[in-house]
Each structure stands twice: as C-alpha cells, then as structure tokens.
Design a protein around this ligand. Structure first.
Ligand SMILES: NC(=O)c1ccc[n+]([C@@H]2O[C@H](COP(=O)([O-])OP(=O)(O)OC[C@H]3O[C@@H](n4cnc5c(N)ncnc54)[C@H](OP(=O)(O)O)[C@@H]3O)[C@@H](O)[C@H]2O)c1
Length: 260
C-alpha cells in the first residue's frame, strides 16, 4: 500500500510510533524517524534496513520551533516529498492540577498541540499542491470527555480530535486525507513518565500492545478513515459519553482516573 512512499513519524523511538514504523516498513516505505533519543532511532533504523525502502534518523526536540523546517528538509531527502505525516509524539502528565508542575504542563501543551500544528502547517501546502497525502494524528480516548487528574492532558487530546475533524472537512475535496486515531490504554513507556508510578499497574492491566494499536492505526490511515477508536470497550466508552450528563460523565471519569 505505501511502497516507496515517505512516512514521517514523530515519536518513533518507543511505543506506538516505533510499532508504526515497523508496520509501514513491511510495505517497503521510506521512513523518517523523529524523536530526541537518536540511539533508539538508530537501532530501529538498523533493524528495519532490508524491510523498509530506507529509514533515516532525525534527532529533534519538537518543543523547539526551529527543529520543524530541519525535520521536513531531512525527511524529504529520499523522495523529495512526505506522503504520510504521523503526528504521534506526545506525553501525558498525571496528577491533581493544582499541584502539578506548570512548566511540565506547558511542555505538554507545546508537544501535544503546538508541535503538531507547526509540523502539519508546514507540510500541508505541498500535499495540497500535489492533491495527495495523508495526515495521521494520534489523540486518545481521553478526547471524548473531561479527564480529572489528567485534566490538561485530556484537553490536549480533545484539541487534537476536534482540530483533526475540522481539518478533514476543510481538506475533504483536496485529495489529502486526515485520520484521527483515539487509543485507549496501550502498554508503552507513556506510563513511565508523567507521574503514574502508583497507578501504572492498574492503568496498564487491560492495556493492548503497541503493535496491536499500530496495526489498527495503520489500517485506519490506509482506508482514509476520519475517526477511529480501536477496541470494542474503548469504542463503547467513547460512544456512551454522548448520552450522559456532562457532570455525571466527569464524575465517572474521576472515579476511574482518580487516586485510590
Ligand atoms: N500509551 C497509552 O496508553 C496511550 C493512550 C492514548 C494515547 N496515547 C498517545 O499515543 C502517542 C504515543 O505515545 P506512546 O504511548 O507510544 O508513549 P511513549 O512510548 O512514551 O512514546 C512517546 C514518544 O514521543 C517522543 N517524544 C516525547 N517528547 C518529545 C519531544 N520533545 N520531541 C520529540 N519527540 C518527543 C518520545 O521520544 P523521545 O523521548 O526519544 O524524544 C517517544 O518516542 C502519544 O501522543 C500519546 O498521548 C497513548
């Protein structure tokens, strides 16, 4: 499906991004792997040599606005264009809002929203001019309701979901597709940072693997789906939020996410 195409994946050094790189490699795509931990990306690129058409490592901190043009330049080197942009890099700060570190929250806002906007805004004009391209944004089931104790994280994911939907509509006749995938819990390094220590086991007990989620995200973008919430329980939970009173839904969300 993506043979010979260039796929730019942010956050490819672990978790869902790394699994997506492996999935796209099976199609013989060119991969542009972006993250801060270049050693991880180098190891992945070596593993994928022979499967992917090529894999280049782009060490970048996406909080730095100056990194965006360099990331795009380097990603375009193989084929002169980016066919699929995967906006996956993200972090999730956990805790009671009033006692959270505001600097960490600001970094999360920058990464989960601003970096995604900057990268997409810089790449889209070329896709529109070619009347071809795909954007895959990774949101979360946290996008469907307020998430007490992950208050700011959930709001960033609601932003990603709403922005993706609006972008899909604006680009509907342009030849460029926009797909937003909303994963539920996935066993990745996500829960190693962001203050989950005490709840890690509980949050990951029913979590799926990164490979499973990546396969679902791959299929969603391949089919040009607009919104995808993989997994029946995740889908049902997201669907049910439509019918509950907002305060009730938020109380249930707090029961699930709050301290024991
Ligand atoms: N795991 C879950 O349960 C879950 C559920 C719903 C949604 N999601 C979403 O899925 C996406 C991927 O998360 P994951 O679960 O795969 O977590 P992960 O294993 O922690 O991966 C996060 C990725 O983001 C990269 N990253 C973090 N800060 C960065 C920065 N400043 N610049 C560039 N890259 C940066 C990390 O690479 P470096 O540290 O090397 O830079 C890493 O590759 C996120 O958007 C997350 O919100 C995850």
């Amino acid at each position: 499906m993506f043979n010979g195409q260039t796929i730019l994946i942010t956050g490819a050094s672990s978790g869902i991004g790394e699994a997506l790189a492996r999935r796209f490699a099976r199609d013989g795509a060119h991969l542009a792997l972006v993250a801060r931990r270049a050693d991880r990306l180098e190891t992945l690129a070596k593993e994928l040599a022979g499967k992917a058409a090529g894999a280049i490592v782009i060490r970048a901190d996406l909080l730095d606005a100056d990194s965006i043009p360099r990331v795009i330049d380097e990603a375009c080197r193989a084929t002169g264009r980016i066919d699929v942009l995967v906006n996956n890099a993200g972090v999730g700060e956990y805790g009671e809002f009033a006692s959270q570190d505001v600097a960490a929250l600001e970094r999360m806002l920058q990464l989960n929203m601003t970096a995604m906007i900057r990268l997409t805004h810089a790449i889209l004009p070329d896709m529109i001019a070619r009347r071809s391209g795909r954007v895959l944004n990774i949101a979360s089931t946290a996008a469907f309701q307020a998430t007490p104790y992950m208050a700011v994280y959930g709001a960033t994911k609601a932003f990603v979901r709403n922005w993706s939907l609006a972008l899909w509509r604006e680009l509907e006749l342009s030849g460029v597709s926009v797909t937003c995938v909303c994963p539920g819990p996935v066993k990745t390094e996500f829960f190693d940072r962001g203050g989950y220590q005490e709840r890690r086991g509980e949050f990951t007990r029913l979590a799926c693997s990164a490979d499973w989620m990546a396969e679902k995200a791959y299929r969603a973008v391949a089919r040009g789906r607009v919104l995808s919430t993989p997994g029946f329980v995740n889908w049902l939970g997201a669907w049910l939020t439509r019918f509950g009173d907002a305060k009730l839904v938020t109380r249930v969300s707090a029961k699930i996410l709050g301290p024991r």
